[in-house]
Ligand binder design. Structure first.
Ligand code: NAD
Length: 358
């Protein structure tokens, strides 16, 4: 294995995955294989800027397909696996947890087993170079009360949603594969991401999309749930650095030191829309806010202590919430066709035509 050997990415057509892949070709440019099932959340259009780059390979498939994963590892001989593929939406996990167990737990297990078999066949020198980077969430740590110290890597897992439980299970499998089999894996647990290309079921694009069309903006419960936001480009950069500098067996919390109550986030978005859309009939957009029944088991507060990543990886976020949100709102306003495509089914039709039925 060399620094020019490919990296093997899962879930590279998703929100964070596509930012990771774009960042990779902008900053590193060595070959990259992207294995993605293209669920509703996977969108190949996000990757159009690099789709024809030499060294980029897309494979449509499921991480639970051991035969396929084995074949790809054998064919491409990657120096690393960067595992982002997941079912990622908490509300969907409440309505139908099974897909979350299948992809997040069984899928991660399948990948770990394939990685172990691949790793075991490497020679001693190559083993020192190989890495498995497992991308996870701060939701595994559960919920904080106001005044509690932010999550540190040593905090116990206390997941509250089926999504968080499935991710916690996958993190624990990775830990066990490090301890039991010596697989050189690094885990990152990141706070809530926002930015361009996010599927409009998540809070920020959902609010923007509805506000632009003058539709009510649902605020769960009292809106005082606190989230710690990180611009997605900063997360992509953190993963790139964690892959190069992360120590096998270690976990790194990734976050932007940016706690916000949901209701305040929505108010900031509305104010930005007021500014960017001076002629909108829906101004002031904040009048569209509507309180709705809270999500069951809704975590009250997440906050990340990212000191270890900053100290040991030398990573720091570039965007503040103010700069990142301006970029994000601008992007959604300038890319309304993208939003319409992913919400209207036109994108799905395009995908079926190009890649066949799911
Ligand atoms: P996403 O839902 O936007 O994308 C997930 C991608 O995985 C999609 O492209 C989908 O097609 C693919 N996928 C799903 N099941 C698959 C399977 N069985 N086989 C192959 N591909 C499959 O998710 P995201 O928001 O980009 O999150 C990526 C990763 O980062 C996840 O592991 C998530 O838990 C983690 N994470 C997300 C956030 C966040 O705020 N979005 C924060 C921290 C960590």
């Amino acid at each position: 294995l060399t620094q020019d050997s490919p990296i093997f990415v899962t879930g590279g057509a998703g929100f964070i995955g596509s930012h990771f892949v774009l960042d990779w070709f902008a900053e590193i440019g060595t070959p990259l294989v992207n294995l993605d099932k293209l669920t509703y959340a996977g969108n190949l259009r996000n990757l159009q800027p690099i789709a024809d780059r030499s060294g980029y390979h897309f494979v449509r498939g499921d991480i639970q397909d051991r035969t396929l994963v084995d074949r790809l590892l054998k064919e491409f001989e990657p120096r690393a696996i960067v595992h982002l593929a997941a079912e990622s939406h908490v509300d969907r996990s409440l309505m139908g947890p099974e897909d979350f167990l299948n992809t997040n737990v069984h899928g991660t297990f399948t990948l770990l087993e394939a990685a172990r078999a691949y790793y075991d066949k490497l020679d001693v020198e190559d083993r020192t170079k190989f890495r498995f980077l497992h991308v996870s969430t701060d939701e595994v740590y559960g919920s904080l009360k106001s005044g509690d110290a932010p999550f540190e890597e040593t905090f116990p897992f206390r997941p509250n949603s089926p999504y968080a439980a499935s991710k916690a299970a996958s993190d624990m499998l990775v830990r066990a594969w490090v301890k039991s089999y010596g697989l050189p894996a690094v885990v990152t647990n990141c706070s809530n991401n926002y930015g361009p290309l996010q599927f409009p079921e998540k809070l920020l694009p959902l609010v923007l999309n509805r506000a632009i069309h003058g539709e009510p903006l649902p605020i769960y419960g009292d809106g005082m749930q606190v989230r710690d936001w990180l611009y997605v480009g900063d997360h992509a950069a953190a993963l790139r650095v964690a892959l190069e500098k992360g120590v096998p067996g270690q976990t790194y919390n990734i976050g932007g030191w940016n706690e916000q109550a949901n209701i305040d986030t929505v108010k900031i978005l509305c104010a930005l829309l007021d500014e960017f859309l001076p002629d909108s009939p829906h101004r002031p957009h904040a009048q569209l806010m509507k309180f709705v029944t809270d999500r069951p088991g809704h975590d009250r507060r997440y906050a990340i202590n990212a000191t270890k990543a900053e100290r040991e990886l030398g990573w720091r976020p570039k965007e503040t919430f103010a700069t990142g949100l301006r970029k994000t709102v601008r992007w959604y306003l300038d890319n309304q066709t993208w939003v319409e495509e992913v919400t209207s089914g036109a994108y799905r039709d395009w995908m079926e035509t190009n890649y066949g039925a799911r």
